[in-house]
Ligand binder design. Structure first.
Ligand SMILES: [Zn+2]
Ligand SMILES: [Zn+2]
Length: 426
C-alpha cells in the first residue's frame, strides 16, 4: 500500500525532494551494504516502512521472511529512510486493525528538539508557510505574524545539541539498568543519524506492556509528579526541637537521585541560579557562604538541617530542581506508542546521509556520532551552500557557508544537500 503524504505520519515527516546525486549515493550504499543491514529480531513478525527517495512517498505494511529479502528490496527501491515496527504482529502486512498485535519492544527516543540548548538560535530557523515570517531558534506554536501553525523548519545536527542528547541518553540508560534492572544485553543504544539517540529494550518482560504501563515507565523516567517529601524530605519533632531530614546519596531509586541532583546543583550553583528557582536572596547567599560545609555534610546524612537559616520550603525547591536535573528528557509520545515505526540500524538517514549506528553501552561518553555514522568516505563534489552553520565530520571542520560554491567530500556535501542547505552546482 502506498500512502502519499507530506505531513507527519506516526512521527515521520517526509521532507522536500532530494537531488539526483543523493539518489545515486544512496543507491550505491544499498548495493554495497545490503548485507550489513542489521535486522530486528524476529524479522518475520515486524512491519517495515520506507520513504521512497525519488517519489517522496511512504510505503509501509511490508513484511519480510529474512534479512536477505529485505536487503534485495532495499537495493531495488532505494529508500531515503527505512523503518521497522517496535511491535510484533501475527500478520505484519495486513491493515493496522488486522495485523494481530503480539507485543512490542520498549523504545525511547531522545531528540535534541526536546532539549533546550543555547545554540538553537544560531542554527535553527523556521519559516511560516502562510505569511513567510522567519525566525531563529525554537519554532513557536503559532506564527507571531499571522497566527498560522504550519512552518518549514530548518534544524541542524549540531555537536552541542547532540552532546546534550547523549547526556540524556546516559541518564536514561542508568535508569533502565539501576532502577529497572535491565542488563546491557537487553538494551540497544543507537545514534539516530540525525539529532538524537534511540534506546530499545528487548526483553520478554516488556513485550506485553500496554500503553498505560509504558506511560508509567515514562513518568518515572521524567520524574513527573515526584514529591521530594515522599522521599524523606521534611521535618519531624524530636525532643521539643524540629529536625530536618532528607534522602541520602546512597539511597536507591529516586531518593538517591534527588540527593544526587541536589548535591550536583549545590556544587556549582551561583546565587543567581539559586534565586531563579525561587529562593530569597538572603537564603541564596547563606547557601553559597556555607557551600563547603554543605558538600562535606553529604559524607554523613546530607545537608538537610545543617544550616539553621535554610528551612524546609527552601530545601524542597532545591530538591525539586535536583529532580529536574536528574530526569531524562525523552520524547514521551514515542515510548507510549505501541505501534511505532523505528529507524533500522545501519540504514541511511534521509535528512543527513549519515547512518543510524549502534553505540556501545560501556563507553557511551566517548561515542562520536560525527565519526561513527559517516557512511561515505570517498570522493568529492561541488555544491552551492546557501546558509550552513559550521560543522565537523570525522576530524575535519567545514563552514560556516553563506551563498558560496565549494568542493566538499561526499559525506559533507550529502549532509548539506539532505538538510536543504545546499544545491548541486548547475
Ligand atoms: Zn505567519
Ligand atoms: Zn546546537
Amino acid at each position: 500500500m502506498i500512502t502519499n503524504c507530506n505531513v507527519v505520519l506516526g512521527g515521520i515527516r517526509i521532507p522536500f525532494s532530494l537531488p539526483h546525486f543523493v539518489r545515486e549515493k544512496f543507491a550505491e550504499y544499498y548495493h554495497k551494504h545490503s548485507s550489513d543491514i542489521q535486522p530486528p529480531s524476529t524479522i518475520e513478525k515486524r512491519e517495515f516502512g520506507f520513504i521512497l527517495l525519488k517519489e517522496r512517498v511512504m510505503v509501509r505494511h511490508k513484511g519480510f521472511k529474512n534479512v536477505k529479502d529485505l536487503g534485495s528490496f532495499l537495493k531495488m527501491i532505494v529508500p531515503s529512510d527505512v523503518y521497522y515496527s517496535s511491535a510484533y504482529y501475527e500478520r505484519p502486512e495486513e491493515k493496522m486493525e488486522e495485523k494481530g498485535w503480539m507485543g512490542a519492544d520498549l523504545i525511547f527516543d531522545i531528540d535534541a528538539d526536546h532539549i533546550p540548548t543555547p545554540c538553537e538560535k544560531d542554527h535553527d530557523k523556521w519559516v511560516c508557510k502562510k505569511c513567510g515570517a522567519v525566525g531563529r531558534g525554537v519554532t513557536p506554536r503559532k506564527c507571531p505574524g499571522c497566527g498560522e501553525q504550519k512552518f518549514d523548519e530548518k534544524t541542524w545536527p549540531c555537536e552541542v545539541c547532540l552532546g546534550s542528547a547523549k547526556t540524556e541518553t546516559m541518564k536514561l540508560v542508568d535508569f533502565l539498568m539501576r532502577d529497572f534492572g535491565f542488563s546491557s544485553e537487553e538494551m540497544e543504544v543507537s545514534f539516530s543519524g540525525h539529532r538524537g539517540y534511540h534506546v530499545c529494550v528487548e526483553s520478554g518482560e516488556v513485550q506485553a506492556l500496554d500503553q498505560m504501563a509504558r506511560k508509567e515507565i515514562v513518568d518515572y523516567v521524567i520524574g513527573i509528579g515526584l514529591e521530594p517529601r515522599f522521599h524523606g524530605l521534611g521535618e519531624r519533632s524530636e525532643k521539643k526541637s524540629r529536625i530536618l531530614t532528607g534522602p541520602d546519596l546512597n539511597d536507591s531509586g529516586w531518593s538517591g537521585r534527588i540527593a544526587k541532583g541536589t548535591y550536583e546543583f549545590l556544587l556549582s550553583a551561583t546565587p543567581e541560579e539559586l534565586q531563579q528557582i525561587g529562593l530569597r536572596k538572603k537564603t541564596a547567599d547563606t547557601l553559597i557562604k556555607h557551600r563547603e560545609t554543605l558538600l562535606e555534610s553529604w559524607k554523613g546524612k546530607g545537608p538537610w538541617g545543617i544550616i539553621k537559616d535554610v528551612g524546609v520550603e527552601s530545601w524542597k525547591k532545591i530538591a525539586q530542581h535536583g529532580v529536574e536535573k536528574q530526569s531524562a528528557k525523552i520524547d514521551t509520545v514515542v515510548t507510549t506508542d505501541i505501534h511505532r515505526l523505528l529507524r533500522l540500524s545501519n540504514t541511511l538517514h534521509g535528512k543527513t546521509g549519515l547512518r543510524k549506528v549502534m553505540v556501545p553501552i560501556t563507553g557511551i561518553e566517548h561515542f562520536d556520532p560525527f565519526k561513527s555514522a559517516v557512511a561515505f568516505k570517498e570522493g568529492t563534489v561541488s555544491v552551492t551552500a546557501a546558509d550552513a552553520p559550521q560543522f565537523r565530520l570525522g576530524d575535519e571542520t567545514y563552514g560556516p557557508y553563506q551563498e558560496e560554491t565549494i568542493e566538499l567530500p561526499t559525506a559533507a556535501a550529502l549532509l548539506l544537500l539532505c538538510k536543504g542547505r545546499a544545491k548541486m552546482v548547475e
